[in-house]
Design a protein around this ligand. Structure first.
Ligand code: CKU
Length: 606
């Protein structure tokens, strides 16, 4: 079990959550001397940087943008004197990829993994009513013992450089909000909920984990604030008559208030927005509240101009507006769990999320987007000596993700890996451990999958049987037989689909990636690859194949918007497979998708 509660930080009657975002002091440790020189007490220089943000795209010096190694953040905060007597924490939404946290020169915690929150308990070390110095050492190197995987090399001038085994820029730093939290000693640690629904009644099975003493009471109210049910005790079932169900495009939210009491004294209170809904797979269908849903949407990234992967509340709002405009109902958090605000927004908007652990690059290749398809890059990734350590990091990230995200009604499935080398005979035990762990941790038993690249074919993939639904990343018409060979691509694609069909898996399939790079300035009639016209053609071809197979129950195009990657011959200042530009304006293909998605019924093919 995780050491600390990952409940989203809230102000309530009993809790205080202060955001520490803003300009922090910042120093890059070019000579790896920070530890030795005592930077934990005070970092050198006068540079400041925004939090939350990736550090890279602010600077005009390329060596800074490409900096690989330790970077140090520092800020001074007054811990209010009225916090004395509470449990006091620093909460980091994410620190990419690993961090050591110091308060007043003393280490309080360290954390591995760049996309999930962690807490530092400063109750004993904080000076109440005084200024405290917070220093965070962050390291952004890539290796094969943590996810996402990659390499760190040293250049001849001594500078380090990352070689990601994945196709997105290695943005790093304090990319999500930092909070100072004061929680009661007797407190609500975690809440688990599962649902069984019908039109007439919903049963919510709950379990509340607490710390210290106290008695649990729950109150459930609807969107107008009216209490509809209540319960006592840390475990039980709440019944709701004529429930307003959480539906696609209609994210009705109840508020579950959990209280911890001692007699008439309120020790702790926490409010959780919940959606009453049930997700299940039945044969070839994905069911939401018993009715089939066809997924329409995107693979996305957290990525925008200037702030990189830093959480940007304005970009989030724009993205949800664009998803509504285009008729999307879902997205995958490729290739890492996103900022918690995004799930809260999806909860309200009724958008379905496939939540992905940051397990990308489990395939040794510096151009996995290319090599994966050919099988060329296969180097028995799961037979490497680093695998036990990697699995440990992967399992921990999986646990952190499920614990953090399990109560979002928007989260309908878990993606446990993206495009791993699942053809390696040693992949199975690794995958099995993850699939078992996800099932054990999630009381809602949400469907599990992993995104499969083309080499993971029916005959070669060792692991697809573990999936509750099959998620295929396919680039027929792009990496495979692009341009004038598009008709051949279609034939090859249909041949593969026939092979899947012949297996009679009786499971839903979705396309978790498909698309074509498109430079928005390029128009050409007749089309050429990279032109807007070609993107439209490829999508039309692929959609015609999806439409021919009844077991295909979803399509998530790659990608929502253009995004930054490592520079190289295959990328024109980033990946241009966006349906929208990086500035969130539509390419021609957006209108094609809008027409299609607005006309497909929610239960298409059921
Ligand atoms: C995408 C073999 C396909 C891998 N897939 C992963 C994703 O991260 C990439 O951006 C392909 C692409 O555009 O190549």
């Amino acid at each position: 079990m995780l050491e600390h509660s990952l409940l989203y930080p809230l102000n309530t009657e009993t809790r205080t959550a202060l955001k520490l975002d803003g300009m922090w002091r910042f120093a890059l440790d070019w000579n790896s001397e920070g530890d030795e020189k005592g930077w934990k007490d005070h970092i050198p220089g006068r540079d400041t940087i925004p939090v939350p943000a990736s550090f890279q795209d602010f600077y005009t010096d390329k060596r800074i943008r490409e900096f690989t190694g330790d970077m140090w953040y520092e800020t001074d905060i007054v811990v209010p004197s009225f916090f004395k007597g509470s449990s006091v924490f620093l909460r980091f939404g994410a620190a990419t990829h690993r961090a050591v946290v110091y308060i007043n020169g003393e280490e309080v915690t360290r954390h591995e993994g760049g996309f999930l929150p962690f807490l530092a308990d400063i109750t004993e070390k904080a000076r109440y009513g005084e200024t405290n110095r917070i220093v965070v050492k962050i390291n952004n190197e890539l290796n094969e013992t943590n996810i996402p995987c990659g390499l760190t090399i040293t250049l001849s001038d001594g500078r380090k450089m990352v070689k990601p085994y994945f196709d997105f820029y290695n943005y790093s730093g304090l990319q999500r909000s930092v909070y100072l939290l004061a929680l009661p000693h007797d407190s609500i640690e975690d809440i688990d909920l599962s649902y069984s629904v019908s039109e007439k009644e919903a049963a919510i099975t709950y379990s509340v984990r607490t710390r210290g003493s106290g008695v649990v009471a729950l109150s459930l109210s609807d969107e107008s604030g009216r209490e509809v049910a209540s319960a006592d005790g840390s475990e039980g079932v709440i019944h709701v008559k004529n429930p307003h169900l959480w539906q696609v495009g209609n994210g009705y939210l109840y508020t579950l208030k959990a209280m911890l009491r001692s007699g008439s004294e309120l020790l702790d209170a926490y409010e959780l927005p919940i959606g009453i809904r049930e997700v299940r797979i039945d044969g070839e269908n994905i069911l939401l509240n018993g009715s089939p849903v066809y997924l329409k949407g995107f693979g996305k990234h957290e990525d925008s101009d200037i702030v990189g992967r830093g959480f940007n509340i304005g970009v989030m709002k724009r993205d949800f507006e664009l998803m509504k405009w285009i008729g999307a109902n879902s997205f995958r958090t490729s290739h890492y769990p996103y900022d918690e605000e995004i799930y809260r927004m999806a909860d309200r908007e009724g958008v379905l999320i496939i939540d992905e652990v940051p397990a990308v690059g489990l395939f040794e290749s510096l151009a996995n987007f290319f090599d994966a398809g050919t099988g060329k890059g296969a180097k028995s990734f799961f037979s490497k000596p680093t695998i036990p350590q990697l699995l440990e990091a992967h399992m921990r990230a999986l646990e952190e993700m499920i614990v953090r995200d399990k109560n979002h009604p928007s989260v309908i499935a878990w993606s446990l890996l993206n495009e791993p080398e699942s053809t390696d005979p040693n992949s199975y035990p690794y995958f099995k451990a993850l699939f078992d762990k996800a099932l054990e941790l999630d009381v809602q038993k949400r469907p599990r999958t992993f995104a499969m690249e083309v080499n993971s074919s029916p005959t070669k993939c060792k692991c697809f049987q573990l999936c509750d639904f099959i998620a295929l990343n396919r680039y027929y018409g792009w990496y495979i037989l692009g341009g004038n060979e598009i008709d051949e691509a279609q034939k090859r694609f249909r041949a593969e689909m026939d092979e899947w069909e012949a297996l009679h898996l009786n499971k839903p399939f979705i396309f978790s990636e498909y698309g074509a790079d498109t430079v928005p300035s390029e128009h050409k009639l007749p089309s050429v690859m990279w032109s807007q016209e070609y993107q439209v053609e490829v999508l039309e071809m692929l959609h015609s194949v999806f439409d021919s197979y009844s077991f295909v129950k979803g399509e998530q195009v790659w990608a929502f918007a253009d995004f930054q990657t490592t520079e190289g011959l295959m990328r024109v200042n980033g990946n241009k497979k966006g349906i929208f530009t990086r500035q969130r304006q539509p390419k021609d293909a957006a209108f094609l998708l809008r027409k299609r998605w607005l006309s497909l019924p929610v239960d298409y093919k059921s």
